[in-house]
Design a binder for this molecule. Structure first.
Ligand code: GTR
Length: 421
């Protein structure tokens, strides 16, 4: 009996996700990448070829359906309202170069409401201005020294350096993430920029979908219901609903941008919502721009174990079974076509699989070329610090770690100058 119990507790220990993640050894050896065949974005599920550009739309819908049911979950149709209220404005920000504005957006659906805050910087000398829209990780107040910018009251990940303890943000976090938001540089180049704290849309823990937009829309979790990445993507579209009403913004020139998990959200937002004129993925990795089938660095099983709320529960079917996935991430990138797309990697960010991000971009190029566009204008991975910006798909790999740096922003603005000229 005793031996029985010991055996049972041993099995329970081995099955425990924490322990499993401790024993996970990521593959960083290119020679150990398995052989794989990628699904062809230009072949329908019934095997028929996509013959001309007019057939891309139905094929695109098919791919969106597969990503929805098998990976990100299916985003419900939005029939609610979006109401904006300016809560703070400084028309003389950044030495007079910009108007800084904080807007409280309230989503109304049936009798429920959810509010979140968008922090804008808009150049005073260029109107309407093209805009970069992206989430931040620790609250809008962490992107600026301005003490008028509200400290988020939403759940935040604990991060002593960002002043967040017990899942609450504090004034200590003010300006800690300014390096990720080079406002002065962005404004001086004639772009507007807007950011939102992602946790106000859906808190980043496994809450059984009882908070954020899941709660707003009354979602019950089942195998295909939209999970957190999809919820964050949805929030970007609702912010765009409001942005479209602002005269100072050129609403045909809105780029959606995101780093890491927020890069995954930016890609899915850009895939679903064609109003985004450009999509930028910074180190988005597994579940973002990197090919799942390579199993290099973070894998499907590892991401589903560590972050069980990011993807639809159906995605767990593909733990250690990447070859069975009906889609891979090059198809996510292809959904952006014909709009410009930029994918960026960092040399030391092996966890996000830089090569897998590059190869997905290269494969997605086939759809761009099918449309008569260049896609990625190179066939092999560019050297470090040799950004490729002259195609419809841009790519760079820079030295250093998993981060969004000024260098990355500079390339995105060069790419935007090229396409938004
Ligand atoms: C990691 C996760 C990545 C990436 C990253 C981030 O822990 O494994 O997929 O999303 O977090 O968002 O910083």
């Amino acid at each position: 009996m005793k031996a029985h119990l010991i055996l049972l507790s041993l099995i329970a220990m081995v099955m425990h996700p924490k322990l499993q993640s401790q024993t996970f050894v990521p593959n960083y050896d290119e020679s150990k990448v398995p052989q794989y065949t990628l699904p062809n974005p230009l072949v329908f599920e019934n095997g028929a070829l996509v013959m001309d550009v007019s057939e891309w739309e139905p094929r695109r819908a098919e791919i969106i359906g597969l990503f929805g049911s098998e990976m990100y979950g299916i985003t419900p149709l939005w029939t609610g309202g979006v109401h904006g209220q300016i809560v703070y404005e400084n028309t003389n920000a950044l030495g007079g170069a910009a108007t800084m504005r904080e807007v409280k957006l309230t989503l109304k659906y049936q009798r429920r409401e959810l509010s979140f805050y968008v922090l804008f910087h808009i150049p005073n000398n260029r109107k309407p201005a093209p805009l970069f829209l992206g989430y931040n990780f620790f609250g809008n107040h962490t992107t600026t020294p301005d003490t008028n910018v509200r400290i988020t009251t939403a759940w935040v990940a604990n991060s002593p350096e960002d002043g967040s303890l017990n899942h609450e943000a504090t004034a200590k976090g003010r300006n800690t993430r300014a390096a990720r938001w080079p406002y002065e540089e962005i404004i001086s180049r004639g772009y507007a920029v807007a950011t939102i704290y992602y946790g106000e849309i859906d808190p980043d823990f496994d809450d059984g979908f009882h908070n954020g937009v899941h709660q707003l829309l009354g979602t019950r979790r089942d195998s295909t219901s939209w999970a957190s990445v999809a919820a964050w993507a949805f929030g970007l579209s609702r912010a765009l609903d409001y942005i479209e009403t602002i005269d100072e913004i050129n609403t045909d020139r809105v780029a959606v941008i995101g780093h890491s998990r927020l890069g995954k959200a930016a890609l899915w937002a850009g895939a679903l919502d064609e109003r985004f004129a450009m999509v930028i993925s910074n180190n988005s990795g597994c579940g973002g721009a990197a090919l799942s089938r390579r199993q290099f660095g973070e894998t499907v099983k590892r991401i589903n174990t560590n972050f069980p709320h990011w993807f639809a529960s159906n995605f767990k079917k593909y733990n250690d079974q990447e070859h069975l996935l009906p889609v891979d991430q090059h198809q996510l990138l292809a959904l952006i076509a014909p709009r410009p797309l930029y994918v960026a990697s960092a040399e030391d960010d092996r966890w996000a699989d830089p090569k897998g991000e590059f190869l997905a971009s290269l494969e997605a190029s086939k759809v761009y070329r099918f449309m008569g566009l260049t896609g990625l204008p190179v066939t092999s991975m560019p050297a470090i610090n040799r950004p490729v910006i002259s195609g419809t798909i841009g790519y760079h790999i820079r030295p250093g770690r998993h981060e969004i740096a000024l260098y990355d922003w500079q390339q995105y603005m060069n790419f935007a100058d090229w396409h938004f000229r």
